[in-house]
Design a protein around this ligand. Structure first.
Ligand code: ADP
Length: 431
């Protein structure tokens, strides 16, 4: 036995017995027993002393000073001391690792919740707490289905097929949609991963609406066109009538063309890299061109003017800025009855720059203003169509401005007129 203390202890006992026997045999009297008893007593005292030492230390094992004994005990105590120290170190490391896992779980963007085999909440991170409206102080140890009572979720939980995530409104906020994915681990324990999918749901809805809208917008002129083709094909028309139908057909195809062009502009705005911050756009020229285009579109039906206040240009993409500002001007022409007045302003000062289009046209009820920049949103669908509108104009304006850190302000009074202002921050303006 390597480094064993036992042979030493047995040797000491045997030594006192052999010594006692030898002396007893030599003296033929009580002296042998006395030596033997003294040896045993000494052994008893020696072991008792170390036992007391060990007993005291075991109550509160101190690891700062080495546990020291003598003789055979020294080795035993040293080994005990080493074991205790290694164990403490292992426990320390395990605790540190566990704390790191808990901290990682807390840092997750997703909610995380662990359940014991009976379905009681063992642990959850702050995100899960907030998403499910739980309170860690009072809800730990409670069955999850007592706290999240959505009937479909409770069914999903009990039915046990967790291959797909489950979606439901957040119990803390009905407007948020959560996806809960349950995973079984460590036998019968469950881990619930919670994600906020409100945004992706909204995007899905928007995508669906968008496809439905585009299909609808294209189907109308296509139906009209195919009707005219049948008419031209089936009826015996004179040259004037043919001319009339061909003109209507051309109008419908122009409408489809415009819609596709604007869809393309929107898609470019969404997918192209951010506009440059170094390219200078000559705004005096651009404002003058927007004025000319508006006058051409109005064809003398409106009084249109332009005023410049302060000199300055913009930094950014020329076609994007032009598209945004000319949309505002063409809307003013289209939604202002004949004889109305349209005023354009280009203003530059220390706070940035503003391009304003003011009209005294039909105006817009305040309740419609928040939705005006949504794709295909129109206050009056038939009026928009009559004037060649696609319902995408203000959406393009919003996107193009957003890409230049600019925003759109809208003020309007029904029957009195509207004011649309594109506001650019100082960082986009050069004087
Ligand atoms: P549209 O192609 O229909 O004009 P827009 O996105 O440009 O689409 O505008 C959305 C809606 O906002 C229009 O259908 C119209 O109802 C309203 N609108 C826009 N500009 C004006 C304006 N100057 N005066 C009154 N209504 C306006």
């Amino acid at each position: 036995m390597k480094n064993s203390a036992i042979p030493g202890a047995i040797f000491a006992l045997l030594l006192s017995a052999v010594l006692g026997a030898l002396i007893g045999w030599a003296s033929q009297g009580w002296l042998g027993w006395a030596v033997f008893s003294a040896g045993l007593l000494w052994q008893l005292f020696y072991h008792l002393r170390h036992f007391v030492l060990l007993e005291r230390w075991s109550r509160q094992p101190g690891l700062t000073t080495r546990l020291q004994g003598t003789g055979a005990w020294d080795e035993v105590l040293a080994r005990l001391y080493r074991h205790e120290r290694a164990l403490k170190q292992e426990i320390g490391e395990a605790r540190h690792n566990a704390n790191m896992y808990v901290a990682a779980g807390q840092a997750l963007i997703d909610g995380l919740l662990s359940l014991d085999p009976a379905g009681h909440i063992e642990w959850c991170n702050a995100t899960a707490e907030e998403m499910l409206g739980l309170n860690r102080r009072t809800d730990l140890g409670q069955p999850l289905v007592n706290l999240v009572r959505h009937p479909e979720f409770v069914r999903h939980y009990h039915q046990g097929d967790y291959s797909r995530p489950f979606s439901m409104p957040s119990p803390a906020d009905e407007s948020r949609v959560l996806s809960l994915h349950i995973v079984i681990y460590g036998g019968k324990r469950r881990l619930v991963q919670i994600r906020d999918i409100t945004q992706s749901r909204r995007l899905d809805e928007m995508r669906r609406d968008f496809v439905a809208n585009v299909s609808h917008e294209l189907r109308t002129p296509l139906t009209v066109l195919s009707g005219f083709i049948e008419t031209l094909d089936g009826l015996d028309l004179d040259a004037q009538e043919r001319q009339y139908y061909l003109k209507l057909m051309a109008e419908q195809s122009t409408r489809m063309q415009r819609l596709l062009d604007e869809l393309l502009v929107l898609s470019n705005l969404e997918s192209s890299p951010p506009p440059p911050v170094t390219e200078r756009v000559n705004m005096t020229e651009m404002a003058a061109k927007i004025l000319r285009d508006a006058q051409a579109l109005s064809a003398g039906r409106h009084r249109i003017s332009l005023e410049n206040e302060g000199a300055g240009d913009l930094l950014g993409s020329e076609p994007e800025i032009a598209s945004a500002l000319s949309n505002l001007a063409s809307n003013a022409v289209r939604y202002t009855p004949e004889g109305g007045e349209i005023r354009l302003f280009w203003q530059v000062n220390g706070n940035g720059a503003r391009f304003t289009v003011e009209d005294n046209g039909i105006g817009i009820d305040a309740k419609y203003l928040p939705r005006l920049t949504e794709r295909f949103y129109r206050v009056d669908r038939s009026r928009s169509r009559e004037t060649g509108g696609t319902g995408l104009g203000l959406s393009i304006v919003k996107h193009a401005l957003y890409r230049h850190q600019a925003h759109l302000e809208i003020e309007s009074v029904p029957g009195k007129g509207s004011r649309f202002t594109a506001c650019f921050p100082p960082g986009r303006v050069v004087s």
